[in-house]
Design a protein around this ligand. Structure first.
Ligand code: 3SK
Length: 528
């Protein structure tokens, strides 16, 4: 379908002549408006500058970058010359970045100016393949500094100094649809993160499936993703969903904070907003929400965690638009089961996106009948080819053309899919399975509860008990009476064995950068 030669950057951006590219807005960023032409020229400059540095096909470029136009120019500029951008979480610790530098064998590191000083002291004698460090804009520049030690020498340059004089014309590398294009790290609950290796065709597959069949984006759309570009979910929402359709994206480099997100929607008037359930919940709790106009939104999208019905209903009631809940993965690149506009079902993940096949299987790999919980597998052309440097996980999760998602699901007779939990988050108590998702959704309907996480914790004799960890809304304080009242309330809503034996009050529910609750931290006793 995609021919013998395909370069994803070229496929996305070569559709318009200069005149047309001048007229179309690609990016809203702070008070700047970037036309498609400006973006294409910046991408070409970056591609040329990287070639000048000696970057060749398949060389890796580790990106520790905020959501700015420079993320876009490096990511797509690298792929245009056949190099491999690897965007990673901007909130990691130096030791974690060292692992990523060494695992990728990156020749170039593109890093934000405020993160570089925190990482630089740790580089001595490590990451020996690293030859160039590019400091991303935001600070004064022009000088060139040499950073070196006994084993290591990386040349440090500032983005603008490197890129501004490069040519705006660049012939794309003639890559094939199945050449490596970019990697995205997926953080498991244990062990090191693994890089899912994506190919040049993968982005086009997502555009031809989820984007075309579910989102139906047109060139009139303006997208805003609170989830960051370094995350597979945000990368699509905030970049190629727009670029593949001649639409625009709003980039917000700041930390995600509910009021900041409301301000951004109010100011830039996006037509589609992408978030995660905890953010929607936090936005619903902003007291002066009436000061923000969200009427530009056609609909919203949620992923990362299942969207509790309460949040879906409150949002719809307040803003009059649906939140389309779906599930995807870094390995599949984006969403493969989703609700659709006009027909979204609260508490349900929806149906398989046309273009993907899914199956639910038991422990022996046999497909289970409707209403039976099992392991979800997905098949589709955007699924990563393998994990870099991780033979064991590749063999375990990529089973023929199927990918084992690690999620437990059941489907009903009409073919709607329901998320029950991560395989390793499910709680078995008294021989019965309890889905943390169901109990958390019930907890959230209690007027005092702001956020909740439910896990199974062994008691003194080693029997697993369901425990609910909650944070409270303003105006409520922890007490044993309140804990008892919450448990009584749950008894009205849940089967008796699902009601937590204990409610513990905490100040924070830990989450990954992508909004997934880290239930294992409670299980391991890191938070009590
Ligand atoms: O977590 C998800 O549901 C998701 C969705 C889209 C892309 C990536 C991920 C992990």
């Amino acid at each position: 379908k995609y021919g013998r030669i395909l370069n994803v950057t070229d496929a996305l951006f070569s559709k318009w002549d200069n005149n047309e590219a001048d007229k179309r807005i690609a990016i809203y960023y702070k008070d700047e408006v970037w036309s498609y032409r400006k973006v294409i020229e910046e991408i070409n400059r970056v591609g040329n500058a990287l070639r000048e540095l000696g970057v060749e096909k398949e060389n890796r470029i580790l990106m520790i970058a905020y959501d700015t136009p420079f993320f876009i120019s490096i990511f797509y500029g690298a792929m245009k010359i056949g190099a491999i951008p690897v965007p990673v979480n901007t909130y990691l610790k130096p030791e974690e970045y060292l692992f990523l530098l060494e695992d990728t064998g990156a020749k170039v590191l593109a890093i934000e100016s405020d993160i570089w000083p925190k990482l630089a002291p740790y580089l001595k004698g490590r990451a020996n393949k690293l030859k160039h460090v590019i400091i991303l804009p935001n600070i004064s520049e022009t000088q060139k500094i040499i950073f070196e030690d006994h084993n290591h020498k990386a040349e440090l340059t500032f983005y603008h100094g490197l890129v501004s004089t490069a040519s705006t014309h660049l012939e794309a590398e003639k890559t094939s649809p199945n050449d490596m294009a970019f990697w995205l790290y997926t953080s498991g609950t244990t062990g090191h993160p693994k890089a899912a290796v994506h190919l040049h065709k993968d982005i086009l597959v997502v555009l031809d499936t989820y984007v075309k069949n579910v989102l139906k984006i047109s060139e009139k759309d303006r997208l805003f993703s609170a989830s960051k570009l370094f995350f597979a979910y945000g990368l699509g929402n905030g970049s190629y969903f727009a670029f593949g359709n001649g639409a625009s994206t709003v980039l917000m480099p700041d930390r995600v904070e509910p009021r900041r997100v409301l301000e951004t929607i109010h100011k830039y008037k996006p037509t589609i907003f992408f978030g995660v359930p905890t953010l929607y919940n936090a936005m619903l709790h902003v007291e002066d929400w009436k000061n923000y106009d969200l009427t530009s939104l056609r609909f919203c999208v949620s992923a990362g965690e299942p969207l509790p019905p309460l949040i879906y209903n409150k949002w719809k009631e307040r803003y009059g638009v649906e939140i389309l809940d779906g599930i995807g993965s870094t390995e599949a690149l984006h969403i493969y089961i989703s609700n659709i506009q006009g027909n979204s079902k609260p508490g349900c993940t929806g149906k398989p996106v046309p273009g993907y096949e899914v199956k639910i299987v038991d422990e022996d790999g046999k497909e289970v009948p409707p209403k039976t919980v099992g392991d979800l597998y997905v098949k589709g052309d955007s699924v990563a080819m393998f994990y870099w440097n991780d033979y064991e996980s590749t063999r375990k999760n990529m089973v023929g053309s199927w990918f084992r998602t690690g999620d437990k699901f059941y489907r009903d007779e009409e073919g709607y899919y329901y998320y029950v939990g991560r395989s390793d988050d499910m709680v078995k108590t008294s021989g019965l399975w309890v889905s943390p998702i169901e109990v958390e959704a019930a907890l959230l309907t209690h007027p005092a509860v702001l956020e909740a996480a439910v896990v199974g914790i062994p008691d003194e004799v080693g029997l697993v008990r369901v425990v609910g960890f909650v944070t409270l809304k303003q105006g409520y304080s922890p007490s044993s009476d309140l804990a008892e009242e919450i448990r009584n309330y749950l008894r009205e809503k849940l089967d008796h064995y699902k009601v937590p034996k204990e409610i513990r009050f905490v100040t924070e529910i830990p989450k990954t950068a992508t909004g997934k609750i880290q239930r294992y931290k409670f299980r391991l006793g890191e938070i009590k």
